[in-house]
Write a protein of this length. Structure first.
Length: 354
């Protein structure tokens, strides 16, 4: 793939969001029946919402512009000012959503470690506040499947069920950031609805592995989705002829997502290739879906910046994550050749001592 602004052919591993729409998506955009989604009469948006709810096993779903907004609505439905929200210390909602939990909803974030992608039910339960006037009231738990910053780790359905049962016992709500839920479903060989059971709200991104240019959904009960509509309005997420975008989501869902298995296979091949190189730390066994984290032994933050730039100069675009790791994400526009090119580029840099 080549980047329009670059003379060097770029293999773009920065994220599974960088894909361009397929020819079929462009056709669908041109032909989609449109209305005004703020009046709730855009038939293409309504069709995508119905398909999404069916896929996720929820009563209803609401189309929103981004995964960040889907998560913000999920939190806003379940946390009042002063409530505490248990979330993941390296989760998207805590790290990368501009502090929305406190800024938008006045809630108090309580970050938990999740080194294997999901905290143990006991660790979550231990964080639930007892009723004491010194403490905020816990109202919500947020999990992430797959877990981006844990290298795309999948949550085992049994663990999710235990955490959900614990939430019920304590009267807490459960939000699942399922930006890459379909990667988890494909990796486990299970229907997506099996991975949402017990969640009150679920977000899903069409703009990640599915290849759409934009768009996400928040899903849950019909009642919650009525209120979600109000929160979407509050956040400025009503998009009028949004069927243009929703049409791409429909193409993605109708075509199925078995192709995500190829992304997972390529991520594993990349991890195995890189793990064989001197000075590079990758754990292929940890690669369950489409995300590969690379560490360089003995490196300081400046070396991550150098490595990122040196890779770029060799036509391989990855992401330097906070000067501690380099992240590669596979997706529909990354073929076997890109995997070879990436391994080759890192091998050359390893030989040069970077
Ligand atoms: C796990 C996770 N959740 C939510 C988001 C937010 O999605 P968006 O970029 O559409 O706001 C991302 C984006 O990378 C993500 O990785």
């Amino acid at each position: 793939m080549s980047s329009p602004k670059s003379t060097v052919p770029m293999h773009d591993f920065r994220s599974d969001t960088v894909t361009r729409p397929t020819a079929e998506m462009y056709d669908a955009m041109r032909e989609a029946p449109l209305g005004d989604d703020v009046f709730r009469d855009d038939p293409t948006v309504l069709a995508l919402e119905a398909e999404t709810a069916k896929l996720l096993g929820t009563e209803a779903a609401l189309f929103v512009p981004t995964g960040t907004m889907a998560n913000a609505i999920g939190v806003g439905l379940s946390a009042r000012p002063g409530n505490e929200v248990i979330l993941l210390e390296d989760g998207h909602t805590y790290l990368f959503e501009a502090g929305g939990v406190s800024r938008l909803w006045g809630a108090h974030p309580r970050p938990l470690a999740a080194p294997e992608g999901c905290p143990t039910p006991a660790a979550v339960e231990a964080a639930v506040r007892r009723d004491d006037p010194h403490f905020p009231r816990t109202s919500l738990v947020c999990l992430e499947n797959t877990h981006n910053m844990q290298g795309g780790k999948v949550i085992a359905p049994a663990r999710f069920a235990e955490i959900s049962a614990m939430c019920r016992r304590h009267g807490l709500r459960l939000h699942l950031d399922g930006a890459r839920l379909l990667n988890a479903a494909v990796a486990l060989g299970l229907p997506a609805a099996d991975l949402t059971r017990g969640a009150d709200t679920v977000s899903l991104c069409f703009s990640k592995g599915l290849g759409c240019p934009a768009g996400s959904a928040i899903a849950g009960t019909a009642r919650d989705m009525q209120e979600a509509l109000r929160l979407r309005k509050l956040l400025g997420g009503g998009m009028r002829q949004a069927g243009i975008l929703a049409a791409c989501g429909l193409v993605a869902l109708q075509n199925g997502f078995a192709h995500l298995a190829d992304d997972h296979r390529r991520a594993r091949a990349l991890a195995e290739g890189l793990a064989a190189l001197p000075g590079v730390t990758v754990t292929p066994k940890r690669v369950e879906t489409n995300i590969v984290f690379v560490e360089v032994r003995g490196s300081d933050p400046a070396r991550y910046r150098q490595l990122d730039e040196a890779l770029r100069a060799r036509g391989v675009w990855a992401v330097n994550i906070m000067d501690r790791r380099i992240r590669f994400v596979t997706h529909r526009d990354i073929g076997d050749g890109a995997i070879e090119a990436a391994i080759d580029a890192v091998a050359k840099l390893a030989r040069e001592g970077i």
